[in-house]
Write a protein that binds this ligand. Structure first.
Ligand code: FAD
Length: 428
């Protein structure tokens, strides 16, 4: 996970099963456009597609490959809501409950519509379950269930009591769960690749292997790479935890947390049916979450073991396999065929860090674990802001984020301490 550009995709199940992606060119020489997007993950590509659909001339500059970052290597869990929802309300001078409720599900709708409109093949499947390990988790799930009922949530949602759990998941590990059929799972790299192709077909110019080294602010910002530059009216900074641009204003706010995933070999049909008959994406309720789901070809993709050092464990497989076996001992003889990790961008108050540096330079980053859904919301919020509607951007831009001054290293030690505290909470 070093920052030497350009890098190929990591050794993930997703990279091994990726749909064909065009070989986008390197940025060379002088270019111009309306909006220059830095970063080719969900945030950047989603914003680029929104803008291209609205007729803007867009350039996307990606340091590595499209979907190289968190977007192409995550758990693929499509989960409603965003972290820090409740805290976000405290920074507002009016009630934003309706706005927050709508934003909770906006990303799902964008993804669903795009998959349909652009025929993106990314194994989208609805069905998701939060599972409880401790009694207080079950109380939280009950509360969420009652909230969704009060909101007249139009999708199937139900609590599964402990007695039912073994039938629903084939494990004795959990006290119960909350099934929500509005959430689901997908192949994230193929979604990102498909959205990039859609953006290109809508007229966006996409460049890979083109790390941005600086942004000159002004009425017509210039975004520079080693071999080229883009003169534009607006800039969107979408490098998330993998960029270190604009350090004076953005440094010390988003911290890398390592999360790691293993993929088994394809499971025999009966075993897949036994451990996850409803084909749900599953996430436990700990602060440092474990999450899993079946892939389209019936491997178990099991992830977790968050660390705040940003470092990869010596063996991802050895670190994650025992956690998987604790939940599903019946998988102890299954071969692990892929193991990989990535960085999650964490902000201290957990509210996505979305706003503007200047009237024409915007950023969105730090989704604190949630991302598949929220990045798509963020892309729309940024595109709206560029088109002149800033209501949702301002809701995030008003938030006061904590900043840990000093080097990134020093900051991470503090976040690591915070993580230790969080682990202790999980043990209570
Ligand atoms: C292991 C793992 C599991 C996860 N599981 C889930 C999950 O199941 N569900 C969920 O909702 N979220 C999950 N997440 C979080 C989610 O993946 C992220 O929140 C989301 O992908 C962030 O998207 P992004 O576009 O903002 O950033 P990224 O996808 O990281 O994209 C940023 C891009 O910017 C590029 N870049 C950086 N600097 C520069 C530069 N100077 N110039 C040009 N380009 C640059 C990078 O190369 C990168 O491609 C997970 C994350 C990880 C790492």
């Amino acid at each position: 996970m070093s920052n030497q550009y350009p890098q190929p995709h990591c050794n993930s199940y997703y990279a091994a099963t990726a749909n064909e992606s065009p070989d986008y060119p390197l940025l060379e020489g002088a270019n111009s456009c309306d909006v220059c997007v830095i970063g080719g993950g969900f945030t950047g590509i989603s914003a680029a597609l929104q803008l291209a659909e609205r007729g803007y001339k867009v350039s996307v500059l990606e340091a590595n490959r499209i979907g190289w970052g968190g977007s192409g290597r995550n758990g693929g869990q499509l989960i409603g809501g965003f972290s820090g929802e409740r805290r976000l309300k405290k920074f507002q001078d009016k009630d934003i409950s309706d706005l927050v409720w709508n934003m909770r599900w906006a990303g799902h709708e964008i993804i669903r519509q795009r998959i349909e409109k652009y025929a993106i093949n990314c194994d989208l499947k609805f069905g998701y379950m939060d599972v409880a390990i401790k009694p207080r988790h079950m109380r939280d799930l009950q509360e969420e269930y009652e909230f969704l009922q009060r909101m007249d949530f139009p999708h199937e949602v139900r609590l599964a009591p402990k007695e039912e759990m073994e039938d629903v998941l084939g494990t004795k590990a959990y006290r119960g769960g909350l099934i929500n059929m509005a959430n689901g799972h997908l192949h994230p790299l193929n979604l990102c690749i498909g959205e990039a192709v859609a953006a290109m077909r809508q007229g966006a110019a996409i460049f890979e292997r083109s790390p941005v080294i600086s942004i000159d602010h002004g009425g017509k910002p210039r975004v520079r790479t080693e071999r080229g530059e883009v003169k534009c009216d607006f800039v969107i900074l979408a490098g998330n935890v993998y960029h270190s641009l604009e350090a004076r204003r953005l440094g010390g706010i988003v911290f890398p947390a390592g999360s790691f995933i293993i993929a088994t070999e394809a499971l025999p049909a009966e075993l897949a049916q036994e451990i996850n008959p409803l084909d749900l994406a599953v996430c436990d309720s700990n602060y440092a979450v474990d999450y899993f789901r079946l892939s389209a070809d019936k491997r178990l993709l099991f992830g977790g073991r968050c660390n705040y050092s940003g470092r990869e464990p010596r063996s991802i497989e050895k670190s994650i396999f025992p956690r998987m076996i604790k939940i599903f001992p019946q998988l102890k003889n299954m071969k692990i065929e892929y193991a990989w990790g990535g960085k999650i961008g964490i902000v201290i108050n957990r509210i996505p860090h979305i706003g503007r540096l200047d009237k024409n330079i915007f950023y969105a980053q730090g989704y604190s674990g949630h991302g598949v859904n929220v990045t798509h919301l963020a892309g729309q919020v940024l595109a709206d802001a560029i088109a002149g509607t800033c209501e949702r951007l301002d809701v995030f831009d008003r938030v006061k984020h904590y900043r840990i001054p000093g080097s990134r290293w020093f900051g991470n030690q503090l976040v690591a301490l915070g993580m230790l505290y969080v682990r202790l909470l999980d043990l209570l």
